[in-house]
Design a protein around this ligand. Structure first.
Ligand SMILES: Cc1cc2nc3c(=O)[nH]c(=O)nc-3n(C[C@H](O)[C@H](O)[C@H](O)COP(=O)(O)O)c2cc1C
Length: 220
């Protein structure tokens, strides 16, 4: 099937330039995130997470951003899932926020590690009981042979904990991941495909005089 739709990206956003962009990409991320959230609250925190196995085989999937601060991004998942296994083999990941409704994309590359247990516990305890039960019972990414058994067990757990939800604890195989960014690219769609791309690359102190972000505009 051929897909022939073509759309001009006409936007009222001010131009992305080296002169007007902040020195720290975290500041620009925050500005863009707040705008995306104000336009489309339900979809702003959906991102695509790409991982790569030790054999160099990439895979990607959607996850939900649950927190960000400075150049750190947090999401939660199962520590025995495919993504977690790939992260164990190769702790470099790429994130992609595609905000089509603003004709914007933010690409982030960084290093990933498990969030500390206390922060994961705190987030787990804030989740609805149904989500907690699913996190406990799901062997995420493994073959599910008996869907009905999984449903039945979920209902049993729900019944058991409904009376004493404070007793439910985060399982050791579920928790947060923290990504520390070392590369960003902000993309703003523009007319005639003359899109704007602004990159930020973290320069270690050995490369620059002080550790700093190096900014550059890229061809579309
Ligand atoms: C909109 C959306 C949000 C999602 N959020 C999460 C999430 O925050 N954490 C998670 O583990 N899976 C999330 N998923 C499911 C993942 O995309 C994926 O199916 C799952 O994590 C297993 O991936 P893996 O086999 O590569 O480990 C989400 C899926 C969608 C479509």
């Amino acid at each position: 099937m051929k897909i022939s739709e073509r759309e001009e990206y006409i936007t009222e956003h001010s131009a992305l330039t080296l002169e007007t962009s902040p020195k720290d990409p975290a500041q620009l991320f925050q500005q863009w995130y707040c705008q995306a959230q104000s336009v489309n609250k339900k979809e702003a925190n959906i991102l695509s997470l790409a991982t790569c196995s030790a054999a160099g085989r990439p895979s990607s999937r959607a996850v939900l951003l649950r927190e960000y601060h400075r150049n750190h991004f947090i999401f939660h998942s199962n520590y025995q899932s495919r993504k977690a296994k790939e992260i164990e083999q190769n702790p470099f990941v790429a994130l992609n926020f595609t905000w089509y409704f603003l004709h914007q994309q933010i690409r982030i590359e960084g290093h990933i590690q498990k969030l500390d247990a206390h922060a994961s516990d705190e987030y787990f305890s804030s989740r609805p009981l149904e989500s907690q039960v699913t996190a406990i019972l799901s062997k995420q990414s493994h073959v599910l042979s008996h869907t009905a058994d999984f449903q039945k067990q979920s209902q049993q757990y729900l019944n058991k904990y409904a009376a004493a939800p404070e007793k439910i604890l985060r399982p050791h195989y579920w928790g947060g991941f923290l990504v520390t960014a070392f590369y960003y690219e902000f993309w703003q769609g523009r007319k005639s495909r003359r899109h704007e791309r602004l990159s930020y690359t973290w320069q270690e102190a050995s490369m620059a005089r002080h550790a700093d972000w190096k900014r550059a505009m890229l061809y579309p």
